[in-house]
Design a protein around this ligand. Sequence first.
Ligand code: FES
Ligand code: FES
Length: 172
Amino acid sequence: MSTIVVNGQQRKVKASPDTPLLYVLRNELGVMGVKFGCGLAQCGACSVLLGDEEVRACVTPISALEGKPVTTVDGLPQRWASQKGKMSAGTLHPVQQAWIDEQVPQCGICQFGMMIKVTELLEANPKPTDQDIREALTTSGPSPHLCRCGSYAAILEGAHRAAKLMMQGESA
Ligand code: FES
Ligand code: FES
């Protein structure tokens, strides 16, 4: 039995330490805002934040968490509320609100990882350029974040809108 922190809550897990986080989140803890794409760290669908950094949950064993909290897209509202010093979360994180405003998703399977990656970027770089966003999604991780539907232009707009919302302190 190990204990991991997921979306602000301590969760006890029975899985062995070498079990990939993706399977623990979905199968044991019922956290569904993390998706299975390739299972090989090649697409980004399974991305979560470990502390402040994106990791690929499909290849990250729970033994590698080292006490750092995990945030999935489900936990983004609480994360934003904490960052703004609020006790309770609103309904959406600015990145999630921007994704709705810009109608970013098509089939949606890649978008959970896309929002995690953009959140990581905006927390480190609140005013990214187009190039910064492109690089974050293509060269900064173990592999590019892939979207089979080709929603890249909308993702770019969503990231810029999210940056504006975050600067204004909105959506929590
Ligand atoms: S499912 Fe993890 S990177 Fe594709
Ligand atoms: S929205 Fe369908 S794969 Fe990206």
